[in-house]
Design a protein around this ligand. Sequence first.
Ligand code: GDP
Length: 457
Amino acid sequence: MLSTDTIVAPATPPGEGGIGIIRMSGSRAVAFFAEVFRGKTTTPAKMKSHQLYLGGLYNGREELVDEVLAVIMRGPRSYTGEDVIEVHCHGGAQILRSVLDLFLETGARMAGPGEFTQRAFLNGRLDLAQAEAVIEVIRARSERASRVALDQLGGSLSREIYGFTGQIKDALVLLEAHIDFPDDEVGELDLSALLDPLQQVARQMRSLAESFDLGRVLREGISILILGRPNVGKSSLMNAILGESRAIVTEVAGTTRDTLEEQLVLAGFPVRLIDAAGVRDTHDPVEQEGVRRARDKATSADLVLMVVDGSAPLQEEDLLALELCRPEKTLIVINKSDQAQLCDTSRFVGFKHRIAVSAKYNQGVTALGEAIVRHLTEDSSLADNEGVVITERRHREALLGGIEALDGFFAAVDLTVPRECLAMDLREALGALGRITGETTPDEILEQVFGRFCIGK
Ligand code: GDP
């Protein structure tokens, strides 16, 4: 799977910018670069590794394509482990296209998505968990998410996994010694001595698998649904929370039909704030579809802000919406607190969290934000977790697979099963853990992992 052809791609996003970077990697990268670069002070062959040089890029007709700063990072001390060239051009779409074409004409090939990182993985510069962290660092939407991703890039998850595999390998070596040699040569096998450390490993693996609850939220964001019948002030509340008027506020009941979604960060968590269509019994097909979607979203949301109009008695539609809410995942928001209150709050027994606000006059909105944060951090799985957090479903599945194999070992250990079977359970557990760091990851999974990357990374 190792390929040594030379790949090239823009490393900066398309559009105008101060600079745009083209990156090239492979065994002929320096040679291709030397064909087109004229340095002000030296030639590419004499350029020191990891130092920037000023010069010009010239096409075959000796015309200047761009004036650039360029750096050669000679392998293996580079991102991919191969010779890497980065050319800092002027950040315009046409210039970048011309420079890219220039390198393609010299013989480089356009890189596929994630191909630079894939080479870093194949050349042993990163393991798979670290390679996956690269994309998480780029996509992180909150400070906490980027902290977790940077830790993983630094090897925190890999170290944890190697810790587990180390312990399991120790047990396996011992077991295999007793398979290969008779007990009178290597001494009686004390299976119970193997159990303690392996049970500890299984416990740690389980708690790492459970950290996915937090990891998923950091990666995908917490979904908060704003639910309620038409005209209670959902759009106004959304605007008040966002501090800007992006949702359309209207006087006509039933006009917020589509689900609107906005993103913000609350207490370090990326949050998706979703304004659902009003819940009401309606024969309007467009609105029925919206109501159906609101039901689905209420079921899957991490938190529902159930909005009622405090200035009016509760209506049938309020109760309909209330029925969709699970009390432990719901905050009752009694809106229009600036007006005389006519709403019968006894209907909210069973819902622990209630808060009065005026979305229109921005009263109580800060307290609502605080209540949301309290609710999120009360959920113990989302509390500040200083340990390693997994953010990939793939990692969770591999850990659960490993735990299952260890459970098989624990169940069999008391029985008089052949030791070869016990060894197989341990090998299976190692195989599952190896899928996280990439030792035993099938090629099609590798392709999927790197296929999620952007071109140029
Ligand atoms: P939605 O249909 O639930 O999204 O409701 P809107 O946000 O469109 O608001 C419906 C009406 O209620 C508008 O006329 C708003 O100005 C009004 N409204 C919203 N919040 C408040 C509030 O806190 N106090 C008062 N007095 N009126 C409000």
